[in-house]
Design a protein around this ligand. Sequence first.
Ligand code: PXP
Length: 247
Amino acid sequence: MPLLLGVNIDHIATLRQARYAADLSSPNAEPCPVLAGHDAVAGGADSLTIHIRGDRRHMQDADAFRIRSELTVPLNLEMAVTEEMLGIALRLKPEFVCLVPENRQEITTEGGLDVLGGLRKIHDVVARLRDAGIRVSVFIDPELRQVDASIEVGADMIELHTGAFANATGVAEKMELDRLTVAATHAHPSLQVNAGHGINFTNISQILTIPYLAELNIGHSIIARATRVGLTVAVREMKEAMTHYLA
Ligand code: PXP
């Protein structure tokens, strides 16, 4: 199986919200997340990832429903474990949901979800999503006890949080990469193993040394590159960087 790329287009909405949060119906309210979705698909995105946060700082509910109805590529909804988000997911019916922790002050998702600390609640939410035909991933730090807890709650997939690796240098970087490798090896084949956060055009070569990866979720670096070359080309470049992956 080739390694798949999910493109996170939240930052397109971040840019729009920076100017038009109070006037989203304005014809000037750009850039448009739906058009960005089309551009990402044209570049080879295998799925689109969006995160509806409790504070609606970037993607709005209406964006999600438009993306769902106008694009046929699989949709991955990142969401916190709340009744509000569960209700949205059950109406939106994305192919995948990725359960993430959410903390009001953070700039982006910081740590992984503490699946072990929330076993009962997460088990319940996973079951309700799976009953609706949605495959469920949990975004976790590369810790074996969190991998085991992810199996226990009935998740289909984990997304290994690569942020600590992306932020580390020298010996710490090597240690973080080893932790990701050990976690992926421990999870396979019970769980599909995805990875995301902080992956860029430089560290992708090290990410590709992690075994058993099925999908990467990448946002910031692709959107940043898109400001130079356009989103379609930026996605194509990342897909090319991923082509030599050997699971
Ligand atoms: N995966 C998850 C669960 C995330 O929360 C994010 C950030 O929104 C990403 C992947 C993408 O991270 P980045 O924008 O650093 O590529």
